[in-house]
Design a protein around this ligand. Sequence first.
Ligand SMILES: Nc1nc2c(ncn2[C@@H]2O[C@H](COP(=O)(O)OP(=O)(O)OP(=O)(O)O)[C@@H](O)[C@H]2O)c(=O)[nH]1
Ligand SMILES: [Mg+2]
Length: 439
Amino acid sequence: MAAGSARIVRYILLAFFFFAVVYFVSHSSYDGVPLTTDSLRAGKGSTTSSEKDTSSGSKGAASKDAGKSSSSSGTSFGSSPGTPSTSHQDLAEAPMALTPADAGWDNLLGTAPGPRMNATFVTLARNSDVWEIARSIRQVEDRFNRRYNYDWVFLNDKPFDATFKKVTSSLVSGKTHYGEIPKEHWSFPEWIDQDKAKKVREDMAQRKIIYGDSVSYRHMCRYESGFFFRHPIMNNYEWYWRVEPSVELFCDVHYDPFRFMAENKKKYSFVLSLYEYVETIPTLWDSTKKFMKNHPEHIAEGNSMGFLSDDGGDSYNHCHFWSNFEVGNLNWLRSQPYIDYFEALDKDGGFFYERWGDAPVHSIAASLLLKKEEIHFFNDIAYYHVPFTHCPTGEKVRTDLRCHCNPKDNFDWKGYSCTSRYFEINGLEKPEGYENQQD
Ligand SMILES: Nc1nc2c(ncn2[C@@H]2O[C@H](COP(=O)(O)OP(=O)(O)OP(=O)(O)O)[C@@H](O)[C@H]2O)c(=O)[nH]1
Ligand SMILES: [Mg+2]
């Protein structure tokens, strides 16, 4: 009898143990995520926003909003694995931390909260530029984009090769797109007199004007002036940030410059400005004056003529924003006033009969067609393109932003920069310490 009840107790204990094991296995989780087949397949906290699209031309239509797409697939912004996620709505309204006093300033880990703009980086490059652009991308990613995952569009007058695509797509945290430039955007318009253009190149070569004898440099300047923003891939975006090979970013970028531009109604921005090499644009201002006369309706009230001219528009002082860095609005470049300006210049032929650069073209357009409040100077984006540096004025800014530029190299307040002039016409106060950086 005693042996019988002991057996029953053993059976009950065994059954209890069996059910306990079943219960434990079915409820076990890996760091809070139930081990279902789906979670194993997807991986914990997986995101799709860094998927690579290496298609050519417009075939791989750009994702309008990498951030949004990851959120709609169930992954939320800014929540590191294990932390409770915030709803997309809350994050879309997250304020930008513009100064160290703002909440979230120090949080440079993980994906940045906040909405994403319909924006992309854009680079015009040759296959041979691959290692130089790799350096630029790495810096842009380290200082900013690794937390934002914006797309990157690469444009080329020839097809990009496999190495270029492989290297660049491995470095960019957003989607990459590779576009070939249509022939008609990278060739001589039919109204250009080839003999005249050739003589100009020979003459400029003799006078040792930089890139004076180059045909491809002229196509590049014309393309950047009038076409990059209407490439089929670029048509998918509203904002762009231009990046060239071998540039440097010296400070952390704590907030989203695209969002800053959108929320503050800016259309064009710069970090460096200077005087253009006069020999390359002798008649650019004559063409501009002709355009102003023919299209007074395009000239903005409250424009920045004072940045361009010291005599109310009679002559050009050659000041321009350096266009190898730009964050700007593509819809503005695609607008009638800008297109009319570009076409007027193109008809006059100065891209080939002289050597008009896209920097003075963009700058004159921004200064005349936009209200002066629509042009922004990013003091906190520290930048180098040979041979000039923009290093933020003010030691506190530089340490807050963990900058690695030498303040002595800052070009802003030196004699050949036009940034003082920009500050003056906008009634802006120059940052503390600028007097010590004037030579
Ligand atoms: N696809 C393509 N890209 C070009 C060509 N020439 C220049 N680029 C690109 O156009 C941009 C401007 O050219 P750069 O050679 O940097 O011109 P720059 O900045 O005036 O002169 P640097 O002082 O030499 O940098 C860069 O992003 C180049 O990679 C070309 O013939 N084909
Ligand atoms: Mg360059």
